[in-house]
Design a protein around this ligand. Structure first.
Ligand code: G1P
Length: 297
């Protein structure tokens, strides 16, 4: 039996400049799809996969995240007095057991690899997950759970993988596949944001990882890579051909790039349409505006 993955790192130190002016005052991870912040989707997915310890790598201006996961006694007692039990239930998802959540500051924006490395002392000698909250994945079985199950078979290091349009491939970490094993692939190379002519494939790393503690050692000596940043991809690539190896899992589910405005809007529409309380009204509105637009053309 492999050691269980119970710790997850959430790198949330980014400035979110693509969403200015909103992110001047609100951390990007608090921005909402319908009525739930991006970070809530990430936490729900982690919990479903058996994660019990949540490590946030933050930066200045992110204190709203700490408040979000704190208890809110005044709000809760006001809701209780008014008999709003449904809303009290909704709030429960935002509560964390004492000691289950930790915040580490990344003092300098040196890249994703550096952000993950900042959590090394809390990880110790255990396998761990990394979730990038920008990547929201709608799936019947949550993506990280699919990965944890696959990891029981493979061990080693695992990244979520998905084919992206070739013209967008250079915005991702890309995998060079050695062997197809059903929905798993064994990786023989991986490179962060290569030039189009150097891309090994259009099979991209999506923001879910299960990693061995060795990755932290690799990050210890890490030099800067693509974009002058310390890249997580480079630290994982060092494990290729080693005892543990690197795998990609073509997960089942729909991924939204909520780091981009278009992706965020697509997620909003999709989540709005799948919510029982909104579905009918929202879908008929969308239908109406599409029809009006078509008629005008
Ligand atoms: C990060 C990773 C990249 C991965 C991507 C997925 O890049 O460095 O390997 O493909 O997330 O969203 P970022 O989008 O933060 O630049």
């Amino acid at each position: 039996m492999r050691r269980k993955v119970t710790k997850a790192i959430f790198p949330v130190a980014g400035m979110g400049t693509r969403f200015l002016p909103a992110t001047k005052a609100v951390p990007k991870e608090i921005m909402t799809l319908v009525d739930r912040p991006l970070i809530q989707y990430a936490i729900d997915e982690a919990r479903a996969a058996g994660i019990r310890e949540f490590i946030f790598v933050t930066s200045r201006g992110k204190s709203a995240l700490e408040d979000y996961f704190d208890h809110a006694p005044e709000l809760e007692s006001a809701l209780r007095k008014k008999g709003k039990t449904e809303l009290l239930e909704v709030l429960k998802d935002t509560n964390m057991d004492s000691g289950a959540i930790a915040y580490i500051r990344q003092h300098k924006a040196l890249g994703l690899g550096h952000a993950v490395w900042c959590a090394r002392r809390l990880i110790g000698d255990e396998p761990f997950a990394v979730i990038l909250p920008d990547d929201v994945i709608a799936a019947e079985k949550p993506c990280l759970q699919q990965m944890v199950e696959a990891y029981q078979e493979t061990g080693g290091n695992m990244v979520a993988a998905m084919e992206v349009p070739p013209e967008k491939a250079s915005s991702y970490g890309l995998l060079d596949v050695e062997e197809e094993m059903g929905s798993l692939v064994r990786v023989r190379g991986m490179v962060e944001k290569p030039k189009p002519e150097d891309a090994p494939s259009n099979l991209a790393v999506i923001g879910r990882y299960i990693l061995t503690p060795k990755i932290m050692n690799n990050l210890n000596k890490m030099k800067s890579g693509a974009g002058g940043e310390i890249q997580l991809t480079d630290a994982i690539a060092q494990e290729i051909g080693g005892a543990d190896g690197v795998y990609g899992l073509r997960f089942r589910g729909q991924r939204f790039d909520c780091g981009s405005k278009a992706g965020f809007l697509q997620a909003t529409v999709s989540f709005g349409m799948s919510r029982p309380d909104l579905r009918d009204e929202f879908t008929s509105y969308l239908h109406e505006i599409v029809c009006t637009q078509k008629a005008a053309q």
